[in-house]
Structures are given as C-alpha cells and as structure tokens.
Ligand binder design. Sequence first.
Ligand SMILES: *[C@@H]1O[C@H](CO)[C@@H](O)[C@H](O)[C@H]1NC(C)=O
Ligand SMILES: *[C@@H]1O[C@H](CO)[C@@H](O)[C@H](O)[C@H]1NC(C)=O
Ligand SMILES: *[C@@H]1O[C@H](CO)[C@@H](O)[C@H](O)[C@H]1NC(C)=O
Length: 541
Amino acid sequence: MNLILPYLVLLILITDINSYNILVFCPLFGHSHSTYFGKLADILTEAGHNVTLFTPTIIDEFRNHSYTKLTKDVVHLDPNPKLKSIGDLIAGNSRYWKQEFSILEIPQSARFFQSVTGELHNVLSSNLPLLDKLKKKKFDLFLFESIFTCALPLIDYLEIPAFIVAQSITFESSSMRAMGEPVMPSYIPDLITQSSDKMTLYERFLNTAIQLLQHYFNYSPEYYLSYNNPNKRIYSMERLSDASFVFTNSNPYLDFPRAIVSKNIPIGGISVDTENLKMGKLSEAWDQVLNRRPKTFLIAFGSVILSKDMPFEYKLVDFQVFELSKVIVLCFVRVSLARAMEQFSDVTFIWKYEDDDTERKKTEKAKYFFKRERQFSADPRLSAFMTHGGLGSVNEVSYLGKPTIMCPIMGDQMRNAKMLARHNGSVEISKHSLGDSKIVEEAFRKVIYDESYTVAAKRLAEHLQNQPVKPKDLFLKHAEFAARFGKLPSLDPYSRQMGFLEYFLLDLLFIAICFITLLCLSLYFLAKFVWRLFRSKSKTE
Ligand SMILES: *[C@@H]1O[C@H](CO)[C@@H](O)[C@H](O)[C@H]1NC(C)=O
Ligand SMILES: *[C@@H]1O[C@H](CO)[C@@H](O)[C@H](O)[C@H]1NC(C)=O
Ligand SMILES: *[C@@H]1O[C@H](CO)[C@@H](O)[C@H](O)[C@H]1NC(C)=O
C-alpha cells in the first residue's frame, strides 16, 4: 500500500494538470440511454474533468430524474409543445408483450425518430441565449449518442473542436457504416435481428433486408441547417464520421466477434458496478426471504415493459380468480408462469412487479414481489435469473455469473439473448411460450438444477472481470486523447469513400471475368485456326 500511494498522488496530479471541459449531450428519451450517459459523465468527472450534462427533455417523466451522482453541472431544456406531444407518443410499450416488431415498421419508426430529432433541432435553435451561456464555457470535447445527430449543428454553434460518439447499444449498422466499418450482414446480426451470427439462408436474407431498410430509411434527417447561417447544410452521416472515437456498448468477450475500425472502442459493461452491487446491504426482511429455501430465483423484466402489463394468461398471478371461477380454470388450465413456479417446492421465486395491489400479494404464498432488483442481485444465495434481455440486464448477469432464462420482448433484446446464449450459460424462451407452463417449467429446471449452465456463466463472468483492459480505462484514456488532440483524421479509413463496386473489388472481378473470357475465346479460335491449317495441309499432301 505504501508503495502504491506515491503513484496514486502522482496520478491525481497528472489528471489535474490535464483537466478538460467536456459537454455531454443527453436528451431525456430513454431511461437506459440516460443512465448510460450519466455514468460516462460521472467517469469523466471522477477523473477531474469539468463536465456539463446537457439534458433537453423529450419524455416528461424523466425530467426530474437525476442520472448523475458526481456531475453537478446539469443544464435542462424544456421541450416546446410539439416535441412534448411527440414525447407523449413514445411512452407505452405494453403491446409488445404479444406483438412482434415487423421489419415493415422500419420506415415508419425511422420517420418517427426523424421527427424527434428534427423537432429537438428546432427547440435547440430557438434557445440561442441558453446555448450562448454554454458557449462561454469553451468546451474541449462534446459527447453524444449517434442517434441524436441534431447535436451536430450544436457542436458547430458552440465552436467545440472535437466530438466523440457513444452508443448505448451493441451495434447499429447505419452509423458504423458511416464511420467506414465493415457491416457484413452475412454474419453480423443487426440490432433488431432475431438471429445469432450463424444464420440460415433465410435469416441472412432477413438480416440483409433489415440493414438495407435501415440504411435507406435512416433514423436521422439527411441534413440540418446551421443555427446562424440558414443556407449552410450540415449533412448528418458525413459529419458523424468526423468523430474522434466511437464508444460502443459492446464487449468483445461477450458480443459476436467481428472486424471493427480503429476508432471503434468497445466499452460494453462499463456501467456494471460489481463492487457496488456486492456491497448492497440487505434489509432484515429480504435477508429472511433469501434464507427461506435452498434456492432463490429472481424474475425481472426491466423498466420499459412492465410485468404488470403482461397478458393475464402468461402470468396468472391471481389465484383467487383461479379458484372462484371454474370457467377460467378451464380456459387457463395449461397456461401461466405462476403454475410453472408452483412445481418447485425448494425454490423461492422473487418477481419484480410494479403493481401495488396488496390484495394480490396476500394471495401469493410462495412468491415475493418487489419494485427494484438492484439491492440483492449480486447475493450469492440467488441461484438464477429470468430477464427480458435488455442490454443493461445482460451485461449485469454476465458480470455476476448467474445462469439466466432470457425472454426477449422487443427491440435489441432478441439479439442480446442470442449473444448471451452463445456462452452456454443461458436458456432462451420465446415470449409466446410464457403461456405454456410446461416450456417455462423445463427452462426453470435447466438453469436451476443443471450445473453446466452455472459453470458456463461463471466462466464468462471470470473473463469479463479479468479482461486485459477495463472498459472504464479504455473510455477515459480515449476520451482524454480526443480532448487533447481533437479531430483524428488519421483514424478515418479510406474505405468510407469507396463505392460499392470498388470496395468489394467487383470492378476487378468484372475485368478478370472479361480477361478470362477473352483469353478462352482467343485460345479457342487459335486452336481452331491451327486445326484448320493442319487439316488443309494434310489434304494438299
Ligand atoms: C474547471 O472548473 C474549475 C472550478 O469551476 C475551474 O477553476 C477550472 O479552471 C476549470 N477547468 C478548466 C479546464 O476550465
Ligand atoms: C419537475 O420539476 C419542476 C421544477 O422543480 C416542476 O415544475 C415539474 O412539474 C416537475 N416535472 C415532473 C414531470 O415531475
Ligand atoms: C458452447 O457449447 C458448444 C457445444 O457444446 C461449444 O461448441 C461451444 O464452444 C461452447 N461455447 C463456449 C463459449 O464455451
């Protein structure tokens, strides 16, 4: 310890010398997005930089939530009535419990997201006095999420010399293609693709279709107008490629392996704080719950799609209804998550459930409901999890090393579930199977009693905890490098400027085919000519 101390002091001194002014742009749009950006802001603050978090509101309910612990300089911006009404449309996803996201919805959702960023652009450009105040802080670096390209004219207005992009998701083909990254749909599942990297012909077709649709119906408007010069267009995808680095929420030890460009810095898992999770103090009551049976199983479906909105026949929590009405018994006799739970007398099931209906809780004898799972997810007495496969949960269970049942509902959750399943520590079940207690029971049985899942999950956790460079160090060192040196054109791959034919060498292939054809033809005619010559000679003889 005594040996380390002088180095620590030195380290603090060094970071003090190179302190930068950094602006983190975090529109309040999704809880997980903001949590991720709040975490990144705090990491920069902790390292001694002056960080300002700029949070224009899109969805009202997040307005008063504090996403940072250490970063105190938070600048709010309220929406105009139009952006507010757009934000109100976003809330409410419960229909996805039963419905699939069809690829035909891509154009529509792209158009919708364009209206979000377009309107946010209008809100920003009509609040110049606020922006002028920000400008006075003379930022060295700007950090934002690539889906919010409306940040690009803001960077110009604030005259910030460099920016870095972070993505709270694992992979998004449009912005990565803009950076010059190879995004082959033959083996890289797109964000909303439901397949792993090993795809059948049909799955490759779907994956390619998704990528093409997302390319042509981009989430971002083609260009924005500069705030102070309405004749100047700022082209989103072109300008995005000026990013010094792109931080993706993908971890090479967890995600599907693929080729990436040098400016892509994968920092997946950066928001998992295992130390903090393990230090969480349990209340007496919860302690007793965890001691009740030899095994404890945690069910949590995240904060976007709520368990309370789960279709009745999937969960059937209310046993009173079950007993009172024989008709309902007949209808639902083979269904329900709850029935599957009943088969395990040595397991306590804990279910994150957002309803305050105490009557319902009373009828539940073997199960406990709670609203937040964080307080004990790292407890060694927890045997296994069931989650919806949100990236936050997937990263967390990977670090904790618990076998998991993944039941993806929507968005990138299908991809996340496949990504985790590759490591053999989890079982995936379809949301449509939740109504079938036999399938659910079998999945429970696997992750609770089959040791191989626990062994595989533990191995993955060991890999993540011992990865050669910690995601936090990767992020901090690269962000500081960008703040110091600004734009990094040396990292811009030339492939970005190549056309399709050139990139895939199709022009070369065409020439090669022409050449070979020509060669074959000339050989053929030469042979014919020689043959004739030979024949005419033998005739004259
Ligand atoms: C960071 O903020 C502190 C306190 O407001 C200030 O003294 C310091 O000069 C700032 N650092 C930079 C690089 O502007
Ligand atoms: C958030 O806080 C502000 C000011 O404290 C208050 O006016 C507003 O009603 C709050 N908004 C929500 C959605 O709670
Ligand atoms: C998972 O299991 C399969 C089949 O047994 C094996 O081929 C594969 O290497 C395993 N994956 C990992 C990450 O261990």
